[in-house]
Design a protein around this ligand. Sequence first.
Ligand SMILES: Cc1cc2nc3c(=O)[nH]c(=O)nc-3n(C[C@H](O)[C@H](O)[C@H](O)COP(=O)(O)O)c2cc1C
Length: 342
Amino acid sequence: MPTIGGIRLEHPVVMAPMAGVTDLPFRLIARELGAALVYSELVSAKGICYGNRKTLKLLETDPAERPVGLQIFGGEAAVMVEAARHVAERRPDLLDINMGCPVPKITRNDEGCALMLDPKRAGRMVRAVVEAVDLPVTAKIRKGWDENHVTAPEVARELERAGVAAIAIHGRTREQFYSGRADWGIIRLVKQAVDVPVIGNGDVFTPQDAARMLEETGCDAVMIGRACLGDPWIFRRVVHYLNTGELLPPPSSRDKLTMAVRHLRMAVQFKGEYTAVREMRRPIAWYLKGVPRANRLKQLVQRLDKAELVAEALMEHLDSLGAQADEPVRLQPPTDMQEEAA
Ligand SMILES: Cc1cc2nc3c(=O)[nH]c(=O)nc-3n(C[C@H](O)[C@H](O)[C@H](O)COP(=O)(O)O)c2cc1C
């Protein structure tokens, strides 16, 4: 099993960092359903240094979710070092550096995926962070900036020299955002370029995809992003398949509706009702994918502003399904994240 900076993962299936998704409640759910490692969303190093209250909230962790990585992004070594020291005081299991974010607001400041354009600068920045904290430091990179700048193997080598404990690689360029297919060939090249563990990422939607990525690329673990939206059971299905070759059924409507309610309640506890009800509209819509006759419910949830009313609507729908509630849902292709992720 992969070991990252002394942390032995239970199995090679981890959850990807996702802004607006992998908050503390969802990370707890993913761990419970089998992800071997979870990450926070990207957190601004500048925001941490300014002591921004909302930013610092993103760094809260819970013992039950460990092992957990906190991911930060930034472009200046001094700012990243200060932010990393702050993160280290919170004792997550690892500190991850974002080098993949494609969003212009971030790349314009030479942060996120812009670091892929300058492997030496990326290496210097990461070395400064590694030397500043006594935590394993990892990085998440992309294939490169565009097809003319496929820098992942070179960046990976610089990062390894700088002392990272593992590298996650998403097989798309910045130019691709989330479109087209992830290039698993580049994951193999990164794996061949370095000795530290490599976590492959991009387009793992089924247990068979995960097995194929491990096999074809030789990567040490697979990282799942979009496929767990509304379907955190994917981790359990993938792990079971890797261990036994058997496919477990997808969740039932009952599983999905009760999880939506539980997730909502956890969110209310963590962020208060006002924020939780609004922020949970998107995840609830994801949970409702595949649940029969849920169109009206989806629309209703977008309007309700009291957690208990939302929970009631979800439970009423569950009752209305009768015996159908216990049938496995039909899995649908994942949401097109192009707009959402930007
Ligand atoms: C909604 C959303 C938010 C994301 N936020 C982050 C982030 O904060 N940090 C990061 O490194 N990657 C982020 N990503 C990229 C994912 O971690 C992952 O690399 C990408 O979705 C490809 O994996 P997948 O095909 O399994 O979804 C995000 C992706 C999505 C869809």
